[in-house]
Design a protein around this ligand. Structure first.
Ligand SMILES: [Cu+2]
Length: 576
């Protein structure tokens, strides 16, 4: 039955002449994929041409409008080789400016692809060629950095094979590219959220929930209500409007990756979603994490992992039975799932695990984990209203309307498995489980440290660093070339923010010495903090932003400026 439906859809798309080739899928993402090695339309070599254009595509049988590359959503698989000098040309056939950012790649700043920061952008009808040497390998991806194009389809996977042998051995590889799709244009999503925070939340607490014990007890509910906080507010945009996709397939279409029983299958998992953090598991299979953000880590075996927007994980699974296995990528608020099937033959379907109860935010998510004390008790310690927005807890942050709360006691949450996954009876990956496979290139102790607060006001849908939206920022965050700086990100809000720095990897500070895990994107859990050490070795201006795309759009975006040392313009002057 599933096959027939899928065939209909495929033929349907081909039969509608007006659509032309648009809306078809690249081979790597076709409904029954043999593995990325076998995908004949993969773009390889050193000269790549990508066409940005408008088109229509089908999601579970319904047509949507997208901005796309080479006529497909997701875009083509680009597979390059470390050590090569590559030229990637974008031919802009859209009626608006476009750009492509190579997410996680270490490239010269002028080829990083962020309009207004790295280059002016690519005008309609024009071509732009990115040229850079590939000095790394691993699983990455690419996406538009113009307007809201990324949210409506302009993204795809990018693999760089190592120059020498791959430290990660496998018999077969699949790309698992997660995304979210709404038939409402992202501008409309943003408008709805500005009009009414929690607009997309259909999982609010109810009286029935209270009676059944599913929701917060009445006392807590009163406390949270007084602060205008909703513990069911986990995701801004939810399954009420989003369809969650694996390789461009909705849950009804279901993408299937094939394997032979006993093979070591490498899954290159990429979260390309606009606004969705996913919990990924394959019931019945252990998942061995072998790389994070493209960088190999010591293998660590888990049952489940949370992947924030823009992160990548490479994992190995070894399905040894002649049966179908489900891959479930559950939206963090459990308002929906993306699903895929791993199967020895086409047409097999694996049963899905029962839907789990939606999570509730906790005191820990407010940055107020005080060992079971109630808010009333804490309030008695010094005044609750003061405690959730006390300047003393963040002297550098102005208490303007964009700053709704300041976490009073933000905890290092790198040992946590992710929101909603604490206390499960199986092993969930935490950042503290990650250990780099090879020693870090720079293990110097940092020479200075800085703290950056992630701030927001859910009611007004305002998001910023240190209470200052990008529109109000006048200068980049300054770094000197090659200086090593310890950066702590403090999340004063009740949302996870996946923070991405362009042009660099940074080392998470989790006590792993010179084997700290290296990342380009780090999820800072609600009310939590993350510390990383950064060697600012790439001179230039680099985007630094939240990868929740509507947060970025609303102002949680900054520029990091790495200046040569000594800076030519200040040579001879006393430094300030
Ligand atoms: Cu954010």
């Amino acid at each position: 039955m599933t096959i027939r439906r899928r065939d209909l859809l495929r033929h349907g798309a081909g039969a509608v002449g007006a659509l032309g080739a648009a809306g078809l899928l690249p081979f790597w993402a076709s409904s029954f994929a043999h593995g990325v090695q076998a995908a004949p339309d993969t773009l390889t070599g050193t000269d790549i041409l990508l066409r940005a254009e408008h088109g229509s595509w089908a999601i579970d049988g319904r047509h949507g409008h997208a901005t796309m590359l080479n006529g497909t959503v997701p875009g083509p698989l680009i597979r390059l080789r470390e050590g090569d000098d590559v030229r990637l040309t974008i031919d802009n056939r859209l009626d608006e400016d476009t750009s492509v950012h190579w997410h996680g790649l270490l490239v010269p700043p002028e080829f990083d692809g962020v309009p207004g920061v790295s280059f002016p952008g690519i005008r309609p009808g024009e071509r732009f060629t990115y040229r850079f040497p590939l000095i790394q390998s691993g699983t990455y991806w690419y996406h538009s950095h113009s307007g809201l194009q990324e949210q409506i389809g302009l993204f795809g996977p990018l693999i760089i094979d190592p120059k020498g042998p791959d430290p990660i051995a496998s018999d077969r590889e699949h790309v698992i590219l997660l995304s979210d799709w709404s038939f409402l244009h992202p501008h409309r999503l943003l408008m709805k959220l500005k009009q009414q925070s929690g607009y997309f939340n259909r999982q609010k607490q109810t009286l029935a929930g209270l009676a059944s014990g599913r929701d917060q007890p009445a006392k807590d509910r009163l406390d949270w209500g007084r602060m205008r906080m909703d513990p069911t507010d986990i995701s801004d945009v939810t399954g009420s409007t989003y369809t969650f996709l694996v390789n461009g397939h909705g849950p009804a279409d279901t993408w299937t990756g094939l394997f032979r029983p006993g093979e070591r299958v490498r899954l290159r998992i990429i979260n390309a979603a606009a606004m969705t953090v996913f919990n990924v598991r394959l019931p019945g299979l252990k998942v061995t994490v072998v790389a994070a953000d493209g960088q190999p880590v010591r293998p660590v075996t888990v049952d489940e992992l949370q992947i924030a927007n823009a992160e990548t994980y490479d994992v190995i699974v070894t399905p040894d039975e002649d049966k179908a296995y489900a891959l479930v990528a559950e939206a963090v608020d459990r308002s929906g799932i993306a699903r895929a099937t791993l199967a020895p033959r086409a047409g097999m379907v694996a049963p899905l695990p029962p839907r789990r109860r939606r999570p509730l935010a906790t005191m820990r998510d407010m940055g107020m984990d005080m060992g079971g004390m109630s808010m009333k008790e804490m309030g008695d310690m010094g005044g609750m209203s003061m405690a959730m927005r006390d300047q003393r807890n963040a002297p550098s942050v102005p208490l303007n309307p964009g700053v709704q709360t300041i976490a009073p006691m933000p905890a290092d949450r790198t040992g946590d498995p992710g929101q909603g996954l604490i206390g499960l009876d199986h092993k969930v990956l935490a950042y503290q489980d990650l250990v780099a496979l090879v020693p870090n290139p720079d293990a110097r102790a940092p020479s200075r440290s800085m703290e950056i607060h992630l701030t927001g006001n859910m009611e007004r849908y305002m998001w910023a660093f240190d209470g200052k939206a990008f529109s109000a920022v006048t200068a980049p965050i300054p770094f000197r070339e090659n200086e090593r700086v310890r950066v702590t990100l403090v999340n004063d809000t009740m949302m996870t923010h996946p923070i991405h720095l362009h042009g660099h990897f940074f080392e998470l500070v989790t006590g792993k010495g010179d084997h700290a895990p290296r990342k380009h994107t780090v999820a800072v859990l609600p009310g939590g903090k993350v510390t990383f050490d950064l060697t600012a070795n790439a001179v230039g201006d680099w985007a630094f932003h939240c990868h929740m795309l509507l947060h970025m759009h609303a102002g949680m975006f900054q520029v990091v400026g790495v200046r040569p040392d000594p800076a030519p313009e200040s040579a001879g002057e006393a430094s300030a």
